[in-house]
Every structure is written in structure tokens, then in C-alpha cells.
Design a protein around this ligand. Sequence first.
Ligand code: 8YV
Length: 326
Amino acid sequence: MNRPRILVARAIFPEVIERLQQHFDVESNPEDVLWSKTQITEKLRDKVGVFTTGGERIDAEVLAGCPHLKICANMAVGYNNFDLDAMTAARVLGTNAPDVLTETTADFGFALLMATARRISESEHFLRAGHWTRWSYDMFAGADVHGSTLGIIGMGRIGQGIARRGALGFGMKVVYHNRSRLDAAIEGECKASYVSKEELLKTADHVVLVVPYSAASHHTIGAAELALMKSTATLINIARGGIVDDAALAKALHEKRIAAAGLDVFEGEPKVHPDLLTVPNVVLTPHIASATLPTRLAMANLAADNLIGFLVNGKPLTPLNPEVLG
Ligand code: 8YV
């Protein structure tokens, strides 16, 4: 019997490949080769499904070369690697991996905030370099987290998780800005108040970005927004590269316009703006906010469940463009 053919675009957990092999003919990538868009298009020519990890671009150009493709299952909650309009036009379903990573990613957002505010990376580099020869009263004095004002831009599930940590665990005053205001019940649970973006930037001691990337959210934070922030404030980006204008941020950090930044995502990653690498008051991590093994396994299993659910049973779990199902 001819089984549906799928492509797994990057190396993933072998047990997830084995699950997929129970249903499909799987072309996988155990060597984790970074295939070009042309190579992926070529490999998808005879496939009905693809497992993507968030880095593989699926757009009209790719779709034009893949006449049999029916589903792209992303192992990520963000799906800006998909041109969803082009996929819908080609009647290709997109799915993402929400929920399973919410708490892990919120943990990381909070960890990055703490590390940044309390200058943990900067002070560790100083120690490792052998510069710690004496104590001084203001050595690596940072900003308080407890009792300060936390401003969250993008109050989806992960933003709400960070708000709960801040309000309930650290007694922070939480303000947020979002495309739409949340229900009063959720605001109450997160102890968060809705404010304009401008007010948030002016009043927050710590600004955390958790907005999805789109043309509309490109450079949500640029020079003008950085100019509104307190000079003592920290900025945390766990959303996507492109939400922050990294060149403007590097300049603001060099000029001490704001105190510090914690960045897990970058414009053009894995490249990092060279001026960010030379500022001491920034904590840089390589897009690892969801990186715990149980969570990454749950994300991979959810992407696999979407492929199996849709291609075997006609029922994907987390469809992004369900209109193609009808
Ligand atoms: C992924 C993420 O690890 O889920 C997302 O949107 O940013 C991360 O959890 C990343 O996209 C690589 O797949």
C-alpha cells in the first residue's frame, strides 16, 4: 500500500520520527543539514506533508513547486516562517505548536529578566576574566525586580505566564499592552492593567516583548520607543527578531539610554548585530526560550500529532488556516 510521503526538514527526536514512520514514508534529516529553499522545494515535490521547525520558509515560491503538499506542521508556536495567505490560496494547511511551551517559555522570559536586571552575565564574565580582586559598594549594582513595574507588550498565553510570575511571585505591578484588551477575569488573574504602549514604555522598569512577528509588529521597538523608556529600564525580547530594531537598541545600550537588555531573538539570527556583541550590559542567548527537553519533545509530538491527525484522520489539532479544511 502506498503510504503518504512526508518530509521532516530538520533533525528531531528519533522517537518522534519512529511515530511518524508508523503512518508515513518519512524522508528525515538526521544529519541536520541546513537545506536551502531550493533543496526543500525539490524534496517536497513528491510529499504531502512537511514537519518544519520554525526556520524553514514556506511561501508561494516553494508552494509552486510542491503540487501534492497538503500540510506544513510547525514545531513552534510562532509561524512567521509561513506565508499563511499563500498557503491558504494553495489550499495547504498550516499548524503550529501552542500551549505545550507556554510555562517553559514564561520561565525563560523571567530568567532572562532576572539575569539582565541583576547583571548576572556581565558579572560572570568579569569574574572569569580574573578582574575580581576587591569588593566595592556599587560593583554590578543592578535594578530590583521585586516590587518594580513590569511592562508586557503582547499579552497572549506566554505574556500572561510572565505576568503571573511577576505579580504573584515578585510583587510586581504589572501593566500590559496588547492588540486587544483582555477579559477582566484574565486581567484579575494576572493582576495586570491595560495601558497604551506609550504609557507602558514611560512607566515600566522592565519591558518584556512577547508579540508575534508580522509586518505590523516589525520594529515595535525602535529609536523612538527606546527614547521613551526610563534610563534605568531593561528591555527583554523573547518574541522574534525584527520586533526590535537591533541597530537602534545597540546604539541605545552603548549610549546608556537604557540600562540593559536581555535578548533571545535577533534580526537575521543566527547572526547577531556586531554592535550588540560589544556592549557589556546585554544578556544574549541563542533562541532557547522553549528549550527544555520535555517541552521540545512535547512540541515535536504536537507537530507529529497534527500531521497524523490531518493526513490520517482528517482532524488536525491546532490548525492556523482551518478554512482550507472545509
Ligand atoms: C522554537 C519559538 O524553538 O515556538 C516558537 O515560536 O520561537 C521556539 O520555541 C523556534 O521557533 C525554533 O523552532
